[in-house]
Design a binder for this molecule. Structure first.
Ligand code: B3K
Ligand code: ZN
Length: 874
């Protein structure tokens, strides 16, 4: 397919104002009668042909204003329907298509998941249901009639408000739904099937009553309560934090078990991967609960940021995704712990987005060209997109940000907007020129900020010299300086934060310094002796910070910084440095050596803290992938694995008694509660056991075995199993077997079990993964199963995916080629595991390239896989 370019955007030649659909559900031959009210677009070309998109469609009939079309007047194929000379006035087009939901393994358009009919239309799935102008700037009002056999599909759901339902002859029935809000077709959805329901109700702030429903597989209703609770809290929060009120009489969520992503924000009818709905103490971890809360919120928040205001074209994807991620992050911060949420988000940003940004798949937050849009639902668009909004708020301040959001909701409501429309609201509200800032949307790559500090004891001045640079990325060799908000403070060994006075006598407002040139400096006066600059507080910009700090200075920040994020960062930096040095030692055939400072400081924290979740974040050392990224080039994953193991073992030994005390002190009694404080307690306790076991398996394994056997909740049970899984031997195999048997009938729990085993950093793991593919509960046709087993192996087992013999790469290439025939989106996602291949040592690099070339050489690749492999090799 030819590349699509942002610069080529032009409005459609026709508009579609209303869509009336009549869908007759059938497992293999569903018929869709679409009636479209079409008129020429005043902004388009007069007299142009009408070219409707299609994808694997079978046309049954087409009529114009109720009359048959002459054979030469149109042209139809599975991928399009063209009217050569449509009327130059408003007209009605009636189209009947036939599709096979059972054969739809791509999970785009209308398909069946465990017998439930459901749809996924974003980005370009509606064209797999009927011929249409399948692009987000065509907004219409939809009425949907759904008809089905009542025994097969007693529940029939659509967008908007329910209008009518009734019985039909021959055991069939129907329901009619109407959505009064004009929307792009990617927000269309319908569901039909046997589903259980958990219901609720909410009254919005203007007094509108809204009926809430969460639909799940019958029998799983008891696991839907938390999702409903999270929905109610999300609706309240959005009214209070952003002034956004819900706008229909019904809001439904449906959980399905075959889904390519996390969830989808269809208007009034969100469809979810059941992994992000179903939760009970025995089957879901604290992390699952937090993810459910965040994703329920995210999809709900799209009702305003995405649905009421949508995107003009897919290049503007971050307009809805970056903003909605920012909103769900704020929600979770308010519901839980703000610093801990920030730390978790930055960990994820670095792991996913920084990795993407430094490899062949790097692209700007707003790309300017794509071949397959589904490959742009990325960490860059989502997570970096959210960081850009966060920086905007930091730069203009919370009041102006609020005013800008209000203006955006007011001005752009009901439109398909652009990033320019969005930024204009903030420029107006703040009175600032945001043109330089907007470069964040166009320029890819992670900027580095290098800092040099010089303290003059006589003058009591501190000079900070900043320099920024962004490495080249595909298609962008020259980079310009971006606008980087740097929050900072000074921390002294005595622990008092010094005020920040600049040379001209001002106090640095909110501790904010803005670096918007290649190099700049800041001089602070009246600085007492010995300050340690605490820079990029709260991770105020998505950059790499290069700051020369010695061990003593890092420990000062770790112990005394008033900014919790930088306390955590100081510990991470310390640990990272130890591991990088250990990698160097190992590669020089030397044993790694560690100083005590880090372990001692950890012990101190454990003794003093009552913020368990924070302490758990400190104890989770940078991952192998983090270390690999820090090294940047010529990576030897085995050395990384062993360096990290050695440090964990050293810390576990050095702080052993403290860890053991923490473990027993934090034992909980009473029933499980998923709240943040209880979850934090569990996470610290499990982190303590993990390090303790790393340092002294003889001491830790019996504790883990006991915890595994007695746990009354999944967090503690899988926590113990994950620890056991790191230590080869009968304890591990027995526990794994017991768990597999106990949860044999619970696919979502088995996914955790698949994932744990796929992540074991041992040479036998690849064979174990191959064996598990033959497990009766495993199936490559289910995306959750595939991601749990194959995805975890490729994305979360650095040393084994990157085996020196290339067998990990060959395995993944096999999986990608096999899946490409059935589910190209899933195949393309998995192939992304190769994105760091150029940073490996030369032997592995060659092996990875061989497999990428093997994939590239396959004939008939999907556009999805072809796009990823081409860019990966470029
Ligand atoms: N908007 C959907 C993602 C659709 C992905 C299409 N390939 C979920 C979300 O971001 O909320
Ligand atoms: Zn989203």
């Amino acid at each position: 397919a030819a590349p699509v370019r942002l610069e080529d955007y032009r409005p459609t030649d026709y508009l579609i104002d209303t869509v009336s659909l009549d869908v007759r559900l059938h497992p293999t031959a569903t018929r869709i009668l679409a009636e479209l009210a079409i008129r020429p677009n005043p902004a388009g070309r007069a007299g142009a042909a009408l070219e409707l998109d299609g994808d694997e469609l079978e046309l049954v009939s087409v009529a114009l204003d109720g009359g048959a079309l002459a054979p030469g007047a149109y042209e139809a194929s599975p991928s399009g329907l063209t009217l050569h000379a449509p009327p130059e006035r408003a007209f009605r087009l009636s189209i009947e298509t036939r599709v096979n939901p059972t054969a739809n393994t791509k999970l785009m358009g209308l398909y069946r998941s465990s017998g439930v009919y459901c749809t996924q239309c974003e980005a370009e799935g509606f064209r797999r249901i009927t011929y249409f102008l399948d692009r987000p700037d065509v907004m219409a009002v939809y009425t949907t009639r759904i008809e089905a056999e009542e025994a097969e599909a007693p529940v029939l759901l659509g967008n908007g408000d329910p209008v009518e339902r009734g019985a039909l002859p021959n055991g069939r029935h129907y329901a009619v739904w109407r959505d009064p809000h004009p929307k792009p077709c990617y927000l269309f959805a319908l569901v039909g099937g046997k589903l259980g329901r958990v219901g609720g109700e909410i009254v919005t702030r203007s007094g509108r009553k809204v009926e809430l429903g969460v639909y799940v597989e019958p029998g799983k209703e008891s696991r839907a309560g938390y999702a409903l609770d999270a929905l109610v809290r999300s609706m309240r929060w959005d009214e209070q934090a952003f002034g956004c009120e819900y706008d229909l009489s019904v809001f439904n969520i449906v959980a399905v078990s075959d889904f390519n992503m996390g969830a989808m924000e269809n208007k009034g009818l969100n469809i979810f991967n059941d992994k992000y709905v179903l939760a009970s103490p025995e089957t879901a971890t604290d992390a699952d609960y937090a993810a459910i809360e965040a994703i329920i919120a995210h999809e709900y928040f799209h009702n305003w940021t995405g649905n009421r205001i949508t995107c003009r074209d897919w290049f503007q994807l971050c307009l809805k995704e970056g903003l909605t991620v920012f909103r769900d992050q704020e929600f979770s911060s308010d519901e839980r712990s703000r610093p801990v949420k920030r730390i978790a988000d930055v960990r994820a940003l670095r792991a996913q987005q920084f990795a993407e940004d430094s490899g062949p798949l790097a692209h700007p937050v707003r790309p300017s060209v794509y071949r397959e849009i589904n490959n742009f639902y990325t960490a860059t668009v989502y997570e970096k997109g959210a960081e850009v909004i966060r920086m905007l708020k930091t730069l203009i301040g919370p009041e102006a940000f609020k005013a800008g959001m209000d203006l955006y909701f007011h001005r752009c409501d009901g439109t398909a907007a652009t990033i320019e429309d969005f930024l204009a609201c903030f420029a107006e509200a703040s009175g600032r020129d945001l043109s330089h800032f907007s470069l964040w949307y166009r320029q890819a790559g992670t900027p580095s900020v290098a800092v040099r500090t010089a303290y003059d004891a006589e003058d009591r001045t501190l000079r900070l010299d900043f320099a920024q640079s962004t490495p080249p990325t595909p298609g962008q060799t020259e980079k310009e300086p971006v606008v980087i908000p740097i929050r900072l403070g000074l921390v002294s060994a005595q622990g008092r934060g010094a005020p920040l006075k600049t040379a001209d006598g001002r106090t640095l407002e909110d501790g904010l310094f803005v670096l918007d040139k290649t190099a700049d400096s800041l001089t602070l006066i009246e600085v007492p002796a010995d300050p340690v600059p605490s820079l990029l507080r709260g991770f105020s910009a998505p950059v790499r910070l290069e700051q020369e700090l010695g061990p003593a200075e890092l420990l000062t920040l770790f112990r005394r910084d008033e900014d919790p994020f930088n306390r955590w960062q100081a510990a991470q930096t310390y640990a990272m440095r130890l591991m990088v040095r250990a990698v160097e030692a190992l590669r020089a055939q030397q044993p790694p050596e560690f100083d005590q400072g880090f372990a001692v400081a950890l012990g101190e924290l454990l003794a003093a803290t009552d913020d368990h979740a924070f302490a758990a974040q400190v104890m989770a050392l940078p991952s192998e992938a983090d270390v690999a990224r820090e090294l940047g080039r010529e990576i030897d994953p085995d050395a990384v694995l062993h360096a990290r193991k050695a440090l964990r073992s050293f810390v576990g030994q050095t702080a052993g008694d403290r860890l053991a005390q923490t473990y027993s002190r934090l034992e909980t009694t009473g029933p499980y509660s998923p709240d943040a404080a209880s979850a934090g307690r569990r996470s610290l306790r499990n982190a303590a056991l993990d390090l303790l076991t790393a340092g002294d398996p003889g001491r830790g394994i019996p504790l883990a075995q006991a915890q595994f056997a007695s746990a009354d909740n999944m967090t503690d049970q899988i926590g113990a199993l994950a620890i056991l899984a790191q230590h080869p031997g009968p304890a591990r195999e027995e526990a794994l077997a017991a768990f597999g048997e106990h949860f044999a009938a619970d696919p979502l729990v088995l996914d955790k079990w698949f994932g744990l085993q796929a992540a074991i950093p041992e040479a036998a793991t690849l064979d174990r993964v191959r064996g598990l593919m033959r497990h009766p509960a495993f199936s490559l046709s289910n995306p959750n199963r595939t991601r749990a087993l194959v995805g975890t192996f490729a994305m979360a087992n650095l040393s084994q995916f990157h085996r020196a013999d290339g067998a990990g790469y060959a395995f993944l290439a096999d999986m990608v080629l096999q899946l490409d025939g059935s589910n190209p989106q899933l195949a393309a996602r998995l192939l992304g595991a190769f994105r760091t291949w150029r940073s490996l040592e030369q032997g592995r690099r060659a092996q990875a390239e061989t497999q990428l070339r093997r994939v590239a050489a396959k004939e008939g690749l999907s556009p999805d896989v072809s796009d990823i492999v081409t860019r990966s090799l470029a």
